[in-house]
Design a protein around this ligand. Structure first.
Ligand code: DPP
Ligand code: ZN
Length: 861
């Protein structure tokens, strides 16, 4: 397959000013008539018109009303000898019912939906399918009225009516120019929740959330989230909604999370539907974030879009940053930041160290769908956050104003965004641009030197990024503070250092005694930070650091060291030992939860995950790592049983369920206590968990009990079997809850997990046509470090089979599964041999999809 390079970008040879689409949805397929007002780009030499297409049956083509000769391959239609301006009309037939890729127009249950980002529009009609071609669209839909009573497209409803044979039609017009990837339509039988929003300038926006019949009672949370996002964007960035109609449609079969189509967002049901008994606190919070994310795209993505797909982080990194800030304002800023970093370390750091590593603005790709990654999204958001850290909140807001002043209505690059930030703030971002251009996670090594004579403390920082193409240093914002050994903050020591050289020293004056430095506060840059802390210093920071992120970080550092040492001991056949000081620190956290906040304490007592820890090992021994981490959990459970039991009893939520951060924090800590207590696996605790499972009035508590029981290792655990059976019986008709049931089993630490997962692939609950089911059962298994990386290669062989079963049917989802192999070279030779065999088997499969081929080829090096 062909590699596409950023350096080869050229502007389009033709522009499209208006697009008129007519969709006739029929049982033999959908006939799409596209009428495009086009003109040649006068800046370029004349060349033939070349349109993109995929799986289109071309029925007719005229230019200015006359039949015209053209040549076509399956993916390209070429017309020669065109005038400077003309009207092109094509008629094609497409087969949405047979579209299993869920890209373009497809059927899900009883309706039709579209997904056009990045290149799905070409699966609907012949087009210049690239984001720098922007046009205004009118769309007319025709379909059977009884089967498809709801007909939606972007923009405003213009007219509708009835037709012969029980059919009806509806016409929509979108006044805003947009690229094709933001096109959407929906036809189906859907219920709707309506509301409205009055903007700051007094315009009323009609809001609507469409869902499959019977689900209206799961929509109010998403509606409230939408209204809150609209208000937040006005208050924080002065950005007002430009639309008269803002619609969200939820669909059960969807490759990604959600899509920001202009005025007609299409969402995975996972990020719309919520009710206390079916959605967890985390689900409620994710819905807030994703609804906000897609709404925020209306400015950062739609009003100003990407020139080409290499610029994806222009809209995604920025919009993730915006939804993170919204989430932090709405919920709990402390724990939001902790969770962001936890997620970054679990997914993005491994990606950045593996075969798919790429800069947040990639320089080449084979399949753009493979670059909707943690790097483009989450590291991209960290890069935006660093810009704000460097120029301040006000500077950043001014930069946003300048960005829209310059580029509203345009398709632009990451450089354009940074230039607006530079112009508004006066800050020189030349060196900073390295963050856009290099893959890999930089490592900053810090050394502290206290000079009692001169009363100075010197921090010497050295940076390196072995994955980068050269040794040039990054501009790294490093937030620091110094603490005395009694935990008091040294006055005046809070500073934002700017690392600009490979090695650089910073001197703090007037320091009376050896301080404890707190480095990379609030995680001010996406780097690994090494400092040779003593356990005592970390204990001071965990107890006293006023930056909650770094207090948490100190605890993570302590736990990381203990677990890695224990893993080495176990691998060498020794029994690990655990210092009392760590148990004391954990006890202190539990005892002070009321002051420190239950949500924070729950985060602080959640040990770093195996995937994150594995990155820190030169050769990963997943069994030893697993045993070490669980050994520490069990040790804490034994030593702190009284505290865990006491808090479990004391943290019950008395008032009615609400997904508030206060309640959610208490539930999180209480459920953490339960999961620690289950490490002891006594009959009493099993029964306690089953009791919670049965009596919970909300999914957070019910699922926490289920997930904890699903992890019980004992060969026989009747409470576990009971809970799993009851859960399925209770929820088998709620698709999203069934996903949770699958995931509780695929992520279980039990040795028989692969056998369970295999059996579940033929359970009626599983469906290879539904991405959410595949993510819950198969991809989640691929993230189960100890079970996926079984020494006998069984996990790898299973994953290879699943990928081959899926690659043709849904290449995007299959390709995500293939990413499970990203870190295969970090394991021992035996595991590597098995992984290589699995990868080669996939690679050598005849007719392998481009998506999977790119991932597998890169993995094999
Ligand atoms: N652009 C979508 C998003 O909001 C993904 N297709 O992330
Ligand atoms: Zn997005």
């Amino acid at each position: 397959p062909q590699t596409i390079y950023l350096k080869d970008y050229t502007p389009p040879a033709y522009f499209i000013d208006t697009v008129d689409l007519d969709f006739s949805i029929e049982s033999a397929g959908t006939v799409v008539t596209a009428t495009l007002a086009m003109r040649r780009n006068p800046a370029l030499a004349a060349q033939p018109l070349m349109l993109d297409g995929e799986e289109l049956e071309t029925l007719d083509l005229t230019v200015d009303g006359k039949k015209t000769a053209f040549s076509a391959t399956p993916t390209r239609l070429t017309v020669d000898g065109l005038p400077d301006a003309f009207t092109l009309r094509t008629v094609v037939r497409i087969q949405p019912d047979g579209n299993t890729r869920l890209s373009g127009m497809y059927r899900s249950k009883d309706g039709y939906f579209t997904q056009c980002e990045a290149q799905g529009f070409r699966r609907i009609t012949w087009f210049l399918d690239r984001p720098d071609v922007m046009a205004t669209y009118t769309v007319t839909l025709h379909a059977d009225q009884a089967t498809y009573p709801v007909l939606l497209a972007n923009g405003n409803p213009v007219a509708s009516g009835e037709e012969a044979d029980g059919r009806h039609w509806a016409k929509w017009a979108d006044p805003f120019r947009k690229p094709a990837y933001l096109f959407a339509l929906v036809a189906g039988k859907l219920d709707v929740l309506r509301d409205s929003f009055r903007t700051a300038s007094g315009r009323d926006v009609q809001l609507a959330i469409y869902v499959e019949p019977g689900k209206l009672d799961q929509c109010p949370h998403a509606m409230a989230a939408l209204q809150k996002s609209m208000k937040w964007d006005e208050e924080r960035f002065g950005l007002e909604c430009d639309l008269d109609h803002y619609m969200i449609v939820a669909v059960g079969d969807f490759n990604m999370g959600a899509m920001e189509n202009k005025g007609l967002n299409i969402f995975n049901t996972k990020y719309v539907l919520a009710r206390p008994d079916v959605a967890t606190d985390v689900d409620f919070e994710n819905i807030d974030r994703v609804v906000a994310h897609e709404y925020f795209h209306n400015w950062t993505g739609n009003r100003v879009t990407c020139r080409d797909w290499f610029q994806l982080s222009l809209k995604e990194g920025l919009t993730v940053f915006r939804d993170q800030e919204f989430g932090a304002d709405l919920h709990n800023r402390q724990t939001a930041r902790i969770r962001e970093v936890r997620g970054l370390r679990a997914a993005q750091f491994p990606e950045d160290a593996g075969p798919m590593a790429h800069p947040i603005r990639p320089e080449s790709f084979v399949e753009i769908n493979n670059f909707y990654t943690a790097t483009v999204y989450e590291k991209g958001a960290e890069v935006i956050r660093m810009i704000q850290t460097l120029i301040g909140r006000d500077g950043f807001s001014a930069g946003m104003d300048e960005y829209f002043r310059r580029h509203d209505g345009q398709a632009v690059t990451c450089e354009d965004f940074v230039a607006a930030m530079a112009a508004a703030s006066g800050f020189d971002f030349t060196q900073f641009m390295r963050w856009y251009k290099q893959p890999g996670t930089p490592r900053v090594t810090v050394d502290g030197f206290f000079d009692a004579e001169t009363k100075t403390y010197t921090l010497t920082c050295t940076q390196a990024n072995p994955r980068a193409s050269d040794d040039a240093p990054y501009l790294i914002p490093l937030r620091v503070a110094l603490f005395a050994e009694d935990g008091s903050l040294l006055p005046g020591s809070e500073r934002l250092l700017q690392l600009t050289a490979t090695t650089q020293s910073f001197v703090f004056e007037g320091i009376a005694g050896e301080p404890v430095p707190s480095l990379l506060r609030d995680f001010s840059a996406p780097v690994y930070l090494d400092f040779d802390y003593t356990p005592e210093q970390l204990t001071v920071l965990l107890a006293h650091e006023s930056d909650p992120f770094n207090a948490w970080e100190a605890g993570q550092r302590l736990a990381t060291q203990l677990i890695l040492d224990a893993a080495a001991a176990i691998a060498a056949g020794r029994t690990p030992t655990w210092p009392a000081s760590f148990v004391d620190a954990a006890r202190k956290l539990l005892q002070t939860q009321a002051q420190r906040g239950a949500a924070f304490v729950a985060e602080a007592l959640t040990l770093p995950g195996e995937t994150t820890l594995a990155e820190l090992m030169s050769v990963v021994d997943p069994d030893a790592l697993h045993a070490a981490r669980n050994g520490l959990r069990r040790h804490l459970a034994e030593q702190l049983e009284g505290e865990f039991s006491g808090l479990y009893a004391g943290l019950t939520v008395q008032e009615a369920y609400a997904p508030s951060s206060e309640q959610a924090g208490r539930r999180a800590l209480r459920n953490l206590c339960l999961s620690y207590l289950l490490e002891l696996d006594t009959l009493a605790v099993r029964q306690l968990a089953l009791q919670q499972f049965r009596t919970a009035d909300n999914m957070t508590d019910q699922f926490a009990a289920l997930a904890a029981l699903a992890n019980v290792n004992a060969a026989a655990c009747p409470q576990r079997e009971q809970a799993l059976a009851d859960f399925y019986a209770q929820w088998k008709d709620e698709a999203l809850v069934v996903d949770k049931w699958l995931q509780a089993q695929s992520t279980s630490r039990r040795p028989d997990t692969l056998a369970t997962v295999k059996a579940l692939t033929s359970h009626p609950a599983f469906d290879l046509g539904n991405p959410n089911k595949i993510y819950a059962l198969i991809r989640a298994f691929g993230a189960n470090l100890v079970r996926f990386n079984a020494a006998d290669g069984s996990g790898y062989a299973f994953m290879a089979e699943q990928i081959l079963a899926l690659h043709d049917r849904n290449p995007q989802v299959a390709s995500r599964l293939a990413r499970s192999f990203d870190r295969w070279t970090k394991f021992d030779a035996g595991r590597q041999a098995h992984a290589r065999a699995a990868l080669e088997r996939i690679r050598d499969h005849a007719g392998l999809s481009r998506d999977v081929l790119e991932v597998v080829t890169r993995a094999l090096g």
